[in-house]
Design a protein around this ligand. Structure first.
Ligand code: TPP
Ligand code: DXP
Ligand code: MG
Length: 622
């Protein structure tokens, strides 16, 4: 039996020797690697926090103390040690445990996460509630250096000292976001990590840990640390300037060092930030060599996959978009491209290399990125923002206030628009249609294939307006031509009838056009009549003329989309039908009004009724 199997949960960690703990960490890593390679998931970050998690769970007791992970992609060891080992093999599978902390999955997950930079604010809420109720327990936020560089984290840090409720922040600094972290704050952290005065402070704190172990009064040790902090001529430290004590930097792979510091921190009477240095991907040569590649991997990834992975574009929707942007930038010096820490996911590596001056990675700073893009546009540039739909939610106000209101020519390349599969609830891009539709001056389009994607992007530049082009996760569709016709983009603003039919009209929107074509075959088989299939193309503004033509010639209209039914394109079409009083029955397939859990994308499509059977049912049921 492995040591991990004998350790039932975090309580089993208490009696282990140093050698046993080392062995346990190796077993945790093996388990994490085996399951993540098979199921997909966030490997590098979870490997980097193994010792940190073990140290946390030996010092803080999650039966009473609250531990909150930021993003939560680094929490696999925590899941394994908080009563989920027997189910760990189900990680990210339908019905299995989630890839992120989920309050409805375990009482040890104190906050549901997936989006970054929520941990400090949430921890402050827990700490305030504790103090109001006169309870006694610790609240710990574990946040990465990438997530710390976000505005939400800074808003929280700005309020922390005045809250007067103690929070322990553990800054897990691996010098990486998904790619190397960026910005001035990143250099500040790097300076703190090597500063000799901080080394002195760290050694002093460690000596106080030894005194504490030798039975010395803990309060005297803590007062001495406070005095030392005052007496040392510390170089500028943003946390100290914000009145938050800074301890560090410690070695995040040295269990004993971390445990001692955490024990001391338990007794500290103010909020403090403990800076620990870790290595992303620690403990496996391939993940250490390619931490970005193994940040997030798909199911059935081989451990040597990174060394023969091509960094080229093409294939995926993101890749097609990136290629078009490279061409556009070549043709027009006004074109600039931004990403908020998602350079790899949006396939912008080649763009960044070819146009370093016209590429910007803002780090996890979606709100800033959109206003920055608005500024570029106001100054006459043609900025394109490549952003996942789910993270664009962070910057909804910027789309309205800073882009659409002044009618600035910013193009939102909305990646991962639709259901995303194994990342689950927090990461689906299924709300953008609903809220973007509501913003005046916004144009929203969804390409069914690479031909329309390029057409939309090129037309946006000619027309210079606020626009969103949404495309899903996964492999791009090269071209869907109408039968017997050469594939040529239909005119701007118009829907396109791909194949003519009678009585029933199926309207696909972007990724669902293919589904509608397959459904048409099935419906013809069942009913003997061929439905019309159309591609809506423009969600806003709708092509009213094109719709009028369809509504006057069909009795049933069915839409399908990878967005919520509430506020979706189907709803827009249905309300037009109502408003004009057409005697047409409208039905819609799309994401229903509940959160869609982690599963494969295909399973999620099925759950949402984005299937041939359901489309046929919607058409043929009276
Ligand atoms: C608001 C938001 N934007 C982007 C992301 C995508 N994302 C997830 S993890 C990550 C990197 C986080 O870096 P860090 O906090 O340092 O953790 P590490 O991966 O280095 O352990 C990014 C950009 C996200 N989850 N949330
Ligand atoms: C944790 C996180 O938010 C990202 O790593 C996200 O999981 C990336 O998703 P893709 O795998 O679709 O790029
Ligand atoms: Mg990091």
């Amino acid at each position: 039996m492995s040591l991990l199997e004998s350790v039932d949960d975090f309580r089993g960690l208490y009696g282990l020797s140093e050698a046993e703990l080392k062995k346990l960490c190796a077993e945790l890593r093996k388990n994490i690697i085996d399951v993540t390679l098979e199921n997909g998931g966030h490997l590098s970050s979870s490997l980097g926090t193994v010792e940190l998690t073990v140290a946390l769970l030996r010092v803080f007791n999650p039966d009473v103390d609250k531990i909150i992970f930021d993003v939560g992609h680094q929490s696999y060891a925590y899941k394994l040690l908080t009563k989920r080992r027997s189910r760990f093999e189900t990680l990210r599978r339908k019905g299995g445990i989630a890839g992120f902390p989920r309050m409805d999955e375990s009482p040890y997950d104190f906050f549901t996460t997936g989006h970054s930079s929520t941990s400090i604010s949430a921890a402050m809420g827990y700490a305030k509630a504790r103090d109001l109720r006169r309870e006694e327990h610790e609240v710990v936020a574990v946040i990465g250096d990438g997530a710390l560089l976000n505005g939400v984290s800074f808003e929280a840090l700005n309020c922390l000292a005045s809250l007067k409720s103690k929070v322990i922040i553990i800054l897990n600094d691996n010098k990486m976001s998904i790619n190397p972290r960026v910005g001035g704050m990143a250099s500040h952290l790097a300076k703190l990590a090597v500063n000799p005065t901080y080394k002195k402070l760290k050694d002093y704190i460690k000596s106080q840990c030894t005194n504490m172990k030798n039975g010395e009064n803990i309060n005297s040790s803590l007062s001495r640390i406070k005095m030392k902090l005052k007496s040392l001529l510390l170089p500028t430290n943003v946390f100290e300037e914000l009145n938050i004590s800074y301890w560090g930097p410690f070695n995040g792979h040295n269990l004993t060092e971390m445990e001692e510091v955490f024990r001391l921190a338990r007794h500290y009477d103010e909020s403090l930030l403990i800076h620990v240095m870790t290595e992303k991907g620690k403990g496996c040569p391939q993940t250490e060599a390619y931490p970005s590649f193994f940040h997030g991997i798909g199911p059935k990834t081989k451990i040597d996959a990174a060394s023969h992975a091509s960094s080229g574009c093409g294939e995926s929707w993101s890749g097609v978009m990136a290629e078009v942007l490279c061409e556009l930038a070549h043709e027009d010096p006004r074109v600039t491209v931004c990403t908020a820490a998602m350079k790899d996911g949006t396939k912008l590596e080649n763009f960044a290399k070819a146009y370093p001056q016209r590429f910007c990675d803002t780090g996890i700073a979606e709100e800033h990125m959109l206003i920055y893009a608005a500024g570029l546009a106001a100054a006459g540039m043609r900025p394109v923002v490549c952003i996942y739909s789910t993270f664009l939610q962070r910057a909804a106000d910027q789309v309205m206030h800073d882009i659409c209101l002044p009618k600035l020519p910013v193009l939102l390349g909305i990646d991962r628009a639709g259901l995303v599969g194994e990342d689950g609830e927090t990461h689906h891009g299924i709300l953008d249609v609903a809220w973007l539709r509501a913003i005046p001056e916004m144009t929203v389009a969804a390409p069914r294939d690479a031909v329309d994607l390029e057409f939309f992007v090129r037309e946006w530049k000619k027309r210079s307006l606020p626009m969103a082009v949404r495309y899903p996760r996964g492999k791009a569709v090269k071209a869907i031509a109408a039968p017997g016709r050469e594939r040529r983009p239909a005119p701007w603003g118009r829907l396109e009838v791909i194949s003519g039919g009678e009585e029933i009209c199926l309207i696909g929107i972007g990724s669902t056009v293919e589904l509608m074509l397959k459904s048409a075959d099935e419906i013809e088989k069942i009913s003997g009549r061929r439905p019309t299939v159309a591609d809506l193309r423009f969600i806003k503004p709708l092509d009213y003329e094109g719709l009028d033509a369809l509504l006057t010639t069909h009795k049933v209209i069915v839409t399908a989309e990878e967005n919520t039914l509430t506020g979706g394109a189907g709803e827009a079409v249905a309300s037009y039908i109502n408003a004009k009083g057409y005697a047409v029955r409208a039905a819609a397939a799309g994401v229903p009004d509940h959160f869609i859990s982690h599963a494969t994308r295909a399973q999620q499509w099925e759950e949402c009724g984005l299937t041939v059977e359901n489309i046929a049912r919607l058409c043929l049921t009276k």
